[in-house]
Design a protein around this ligand. Structure first.
Ligand SMILES: Nc1ncnc2c1ncn2[C@@H]1O[C@H](COP(=O)(O)OP(=O)(O)O)[C@@H](O)[C@H]1O
Ligand SMILES: [Mg+2]
Length: 348
C-alpha cells in the first residue's frame, strides 16, 4: 500500500516562529514512516512559502529544517502549491497567522484535511476578549477583567480600573500569544505605559485582575468524544512567565502530573472540556488555568496549537496518560480526516 502524505507547515509570521521550527523537527522525527511520507514547507517571517525537505524515512538526528536565517528563497512556491489530493496537513504554527483561523481557512479553501481546530474555535481562542465572553456564558470561572478599545478615553479606563479591579493588573493585546505586548501594571502610571505598549499590537486590549497563582495546564484531544489529561504544572522561578522566561532563559520546569488535590484536578479537567466544547473545538488544545493558594480555579486561556516539541507540556501530558508522542501524532491525523470528511458531507 502506498504511503499517506503528511504535510508539515512550520515557521510562520508570529513571534513564536522559532518554537514552531522546533515543534516541526520533533514531529518529523517521531512520525510513523511505515504509514507516512512527510513533506515540509517553511513559511518565512514575511509570509513566503518555501518548499523544504521530503522524508520517506526517519531523518537523521542532525537533520535541520529551514529557519529565517538559513532561508533559501529560490525554493519559494505559491502557497496553493502545497495542495495535493489525499494529503493531510499538520500546521505546526503558533500565534497570529497560524493558530488564529487564517491558515485553517486557507487549508479549507484548498480542500485539505488538517490537524487541529477549525476556523471558528481557532479565532475565538486566539482572541482573549472573545474567549472571556464565551467562558462567561458557560459560567466557567475566570479573573475579573475590563476591555479597552482603541479610541476610548485612557482616563476613563484608568478610572474604571480603580473602581473595579485592584492592582496589580495584567494588560494584554487581545490577539497575541507568547506573552508579546503583555505587561503587569502595579499602578496607574504603569497602566498607562502598558496600554501604550499593548496598543502597538492590537486595537483591542484586555485588562485583567492579577492573581497570585500556580499555573496548571490540561491537555485536550478529540472531536465529538473529548478526552482530557491529568493536569501538569508550569513551575516558574520568575514572577511573570514572559517571552524571555519562556523561550530565551528556559526558566521553566514542569511537574506532571501537577500536585493538586483531587477536587482541583477534577474541576480543571471538567472546565477544560466544557470550554473546548463551548468554542466548538476539535482535534486538540491545551487549556491553561490559574490556581490560587486557597484553591480557587480560574481559566486563563485555550491554546489551539500548543507548543508541540517532544518536550513540550502538551505531548508530555499525553505521554503521562499512556499515549506516546508518535501515537499522539497519528491520533491527530485520524481526527483531522474525520473532521474533513464530515465538513465535506455538510457542504451538499
Ligand atoms: N491575570 C493574571 N494574573 C497573574 N499572572 C498572569 C495573569 N495573566 C497573565 N499572567 C502571566 O502572564 C503569562 C502570559 O499570559 P497569557 O494570558 O497566558 O498570554 P499568552 O497568550 O502570551 O500565553 C501567564 O502565563 C502568567 O504567568
Ligand atoms: Mg499563556
Amino acid at each position: 500500500m502506498s504511503k499517506e502524505t503528511l504535510i508539515l507547515l512550520y515557521g510562520g509570521r508570529s513571534a513564536e516562529r522559532e518554537v514552531s521550527v522546533l515543534s516541526a523537527e520533533s514531529v518529523m522525527r517521531a512520525v510513523n514512516y511505515e504509514r507516512f511520507q512527510v513533506k515540509t514547507y517553511f513559511i518565512t517571517k514575511d509570509g513566503q512559502f518555501i518548499r523544504t525537505q521530503v522524508f520517506d524515512h526517519k531523518p537523521k538526528e542532525n537533520e535541520r529544517l529551514m529557519t529565517n536565517s538559513t532561508v533559501d528563497l529560490s525554493k519559494a512556491i505559491k502557497p496553493s502549491d502545497i495542495a495535493e489530493e489525499g494529503a493531510v496537513v499538520f500546521p505546526v504554527l503558533h500565534g497570529p497567522m497560524g493558530e488564529d483561523g487564517s491558515i485553517q481557512g486557507f487549508l479549507e479553501v484548498l480542500r485539505l484535511p488538517y490537524v487541529g481546530t477549525s476556523v471558528l474555535p481557532s479565532s475565538v481562542a486566539m482572541d482573549k476578549i472573545i474567549t472571556k465572553m464565551v467562558l462567561e456564558t458557560q459560567g466557567i470561572p475566570q479573573v475579573p477583567y475590563l476591555v479597552h478599545l482603541d479610541g476610548q478615553s485612557v482616563t476613563e479606563t484608568l478610572a474604571q480600573v480603580s473602581e473595579r479591579l485592584t492592582y496589580p493588573v495584567f494588560v494584554k493585546p487581545a490577539n497575541m500569544g507568547s506573552s508579546v505586548g503583555i505587561s503587569k501594571a502595579e499602578n496607574e502610571e504603569d497602566l498607562e505605559a502598558a496600554l501604550d505598549l499593548a496598543s502597538r499590537y492590537d486595537d483591542r486590549i484586555l485588562i485583567e485582575q492579577g492573581v497570585d497563582a500556580r499555573e496548571i495546564e490540561v491537555g485536550i484531544l478529540g472531536n465529538q468524544e473529548v478526552k482530557t489529561t491529568l493536569a501538569g504544572e508550569v513551575i516558574k522561578d520568575v514572577a511573570f512567565y514572559d517571552y524571555k522566561a519562556k523561550y530565551i532563559d528556559n526558566k521553566i520546569t514542569m511537574a506532571i502530573p501537577a500536585e493538586v488535590d483531587e477536587t482541583v484536578m477534577a474541576r480543571v479537567r471538567n472546565y477544560a472540556e466544557q470550554a473546548f466544547r463551548a468554542i466548538g473545538g476539535c482535534g486538540l488544545a491545551r487549556c491553561d488555568f490559574f490556581v490560587t493558594a486557597d484553591g480557587q480555579v480560574y481559566l486563563n486561556e485555550l491554546n489551539t496549537m500548543p507548543g508541540f516539541t517532544q518536550w513540550s507540556m502538551y505531548p508530555l501530558l499525553w505521554e503521562n496518560m499512556g499515549l506516546p508522542y508518535s501515537q499522539l501524532i497519528e491520533r491527530l491525523v485520524n481526527l483531522a480526516k474525520e473532521v474533513f470528511d464530515k465538513r465535506e458531507k455538510h457542504l451538499i
